[in-house]
Design a protein around this ligand. Structure first.
Ligand SMILES: Nc1ncnc2c1ncn2[C@@H]1O[C@H](COP(=O)(O)OP(=O)(O)OP(=O)(O)O)[C@@H](O)[C@H]1O
Ligand SMILES: [Mg+2]
Length: 271
């Protein structure tokens, strides 16, 4: 970061505004290093690399969030900037309007009436789907969005999709899903993986697209529609890959490791 500030695609960031926020930002939770910021009336979360990262986590999250948006999912807006020669992900907050006005957002754990530990381990997508049918506005549209988010988590290798990584906005007329956030491809040792929350009523949580499509009825979708959603996502990832990796300034080596590693791992296509 230069002394006079630096540019993102949409706005200019001054070093003077940035550094104090880094030092004094209050915590919003989650495992990774982050700070809260204000810029031009917007409230943002800055997510930083960690010294323990074994792959470019921040750039990977930017790629996943950007591709999710291109897949038509409702995602928090992100941009990537550099500070002290390291990438920093800026995420627009959905629990604030402008700098100050609060919007109530409850995590999926709260929506499901579960505490973080130990019952948080029992949070499931299918129970969230039931809650969506009961208490959310536009349940069918929301179920389709939830199915799309699960599919995309499989597509991009985000197995850290636990109950605090989903939230609902609480409004006068009911609940609605918050924009998706923390879609962060995870390190993968070996091939097969599991999602953090079960999407099938019998506990199915394999990171496998056919297995998810087989449970489409939980999300009020027929098999053909579910398959179309999944196929369209895979196509978007393939088509937009180079462009989004360029935006993320990923090296050739890193993008090769991501593609077929976290993103579109061959095991997700096994039938
Ligand atoms: N765009 C957002 N708007 C409002 N709140 C958010 C947003 N993104 C994240 N949060 C809140 O901040 C918490 C931490 O953020 P996030 O999940 O991105 O961090 P993390 O450290 O990567 O989390 P984890 O522990 O799941 O790896 C979330 O659980 C959520 O409550
Ligand atoms: Mg999180």
């Amino acid at each position: 970061m230069s002394g006079s500030g630096y540019r993102t695609q949409s706005s200019r960031w001054s070093a003077g505004g940035w550094t104090p926020a880094l030092l004094h930002g209050t915590s919003i939770g989650g495992a990774r290093p982050k700070a809260l910021l204000h810029d031009a009336g917007r409230s943002l979360i800055a997510k930083f690399a960690s010294t323990s990262d074994t792959y470019p986590v921040v750039q990977g999250e930017f790629v996943a969030m950007s591709l999710a948006r291109r897949c038509g999912l409702d995602t928090a807006r992100v941009s990537l900037v550099q500070a002290h020669k390291r990438h920093v992900l800026l995420v627009e907050r959905f629990d604030r309007i402008g700098a100050k006005q609060r919007v109530r957002a409850d995590s999926a754990l709260t929506v499901l009436g579960l505490n973080a530990y130990p019952s948080g381990r029992y949070a499931t997508y299918w129970a969230l789907a039931d809650e969506i049918r009961n208490a959310f506005v536009q349940p069918d549209l929301t179920l389709r969005e939830l199915f799309g988010r699960i599919a995309f988590n499989i597509v991009c290798g985000n197995t850290d999709d636990h109950g605090r990584n989903h939230a609902a906005l609480v409004g006068a007329s009911g609940l609605q899903l918050s924009p998706a956030y923390d879609i962060c491809p995870q390190a993968r040792s070996g091939g097969e993986a599991n999602q953090a929350m079960a999407y099938g009523r019998e506990g199915q949580r394999a990171a496998n697209l056919a297995a998810l499509v087989a449970r489409a009825d939980v999300y009020h979708l027929d098999q053909a529609t579910a398959r179309d959603i999944v196929d369209a996502q895979v196509q978007v990832v393939r088509d937009a890959w180079d462009e989004v990796c360029d935006e993320a300034q990923l090296t050739g080596q890193d993008r090769s490791a991501f593609f077929g590693g976290q993103f579109l791992n061959p095991t997700i296509f096994e039938s």
